[in-house]
Design a protein around this ligand. Sequence first.
Ligand code: ATP
Ligand code: MG
Length: 422
Amino acid sequence: MAKQIQAIRGMNDCLPTQSPLWQKVEGTIKQVVSAYGCSEIRMPIVESTHLFKRAIGEVTDVVEKEMYTFDDRNGDSLTLRPEGTAGCVRAGIENGLLYNQEQRLWYIGPMFRHERPQKGRYRQFHQVGVEVFGLNGPDIDAELIMMTARLWRELGIDQHVRLELNSIGSLEARANYRDALVAFLEQHLDVLDDDCKRRMHTNPLRVLDTKNPAVQEILVDAPKLSEYLDDESKEHFAGFCELLDAAGIEYQVNERLVRGLDYYNRTVFEWITDSLGAQGTVCAGGRYDGLVEQLGGKSTPAVGFAMGLERLVLLMETLELTDVRRAVDVYIVTAGEGTMMAGMKLAEKLREAVPGLRVMNHFGGGNFKKQFKRADNVGAAIALVLGENEIANNTVVVKDLRGGEQKTMAQDEVAVQLTELI
Ligand code: ATP
Ligand code: MG
């Protein structure tokens, strides 16, 4: 036998047994984002490497260590997108969607990061992102939080996620803070691990979200970002918190929340679950008012978030929220001369009469027992049985595969019975 070829490590198949839950999650997200007037945008999966370097930042973990970058046949450096915001902004500028306009966009699709695969962390993973352009105020930031809160309610996970937020202020405020933080860290070099020392020089704010308990301990006395915030950012943040209070949304201000990508300013937030272990952030985002200009567009305020679908699906599985509609509602069982074509015709009639009904015909022969077993395997709720007698009389036997009862009905009436399966 030829040697099997395996999938790439950290890149998963979504199997037919898993896809119904994925579809439910995706369907719910689509309904919720549409309820807030967002329009879908679809960007390429591959972009020029420069885009991510410039948008995400040269010294971020994503750009330094995680990107899938390669030269194409022309020698151009291309990268599989590690996130969606950069491509969305690029597309917005290139197509004239942003300048002097308001846009509320969403996207869904695979992202790629070369990280160590583990539960909730993969090399190909999927995000849904929402990006809003052209709005300055904290009102839209608050509405995005309300949108995500609604989504958690719809998915049934609202009791299992909590919201953390922070303001990281203006670029200038952050630069001042950065100097103060570095000065502080320099006095504690003996405690810092290699990773923190490296970050101290490249991206010192990232030291704040270290997982090292010894470093966390000294950080208690570190200068606070909130003390360096510019007045406008403070006011923006106060407005944001007030709106969340009014909307009845609970949150915790986490002064150490800084996010790993360089483009954020002012509002940053994360929705976190404690049910998935270390990979607990299911949704993260914030404001990035400087990015459009940084990527060559005219200055445009922007705010958005992205959520990791694998983590949402894992959370739903952990909470056993896996009740989903199966792929087949009705299974057509036939036996006897000329019944197969009659079965196919009946199936077509039902698909026509009951939009959305999922009907499967049995093919490949076999006795009733085998056919009912198959009906059961595919999860059908009802079997319709057609034999020579039924065909002669224009009837069909309707068998409830869950309750067990069965009755004979006129073929013309059966559709009405099946509408309740949808
Ligand atoms: P983390 O701290 O978990 O590495 P991040 O800050 O790198 O997350 P973002 O770039 O903000 O993540 O991406 C938004 C969301 O996408 C995350 O909150 C998470 O749900 C999901 N995500 C990010 N990286 C991965 C990955 N490698 N595998 C699965 N999901 C991911
Ligand atoms: Mg990461």
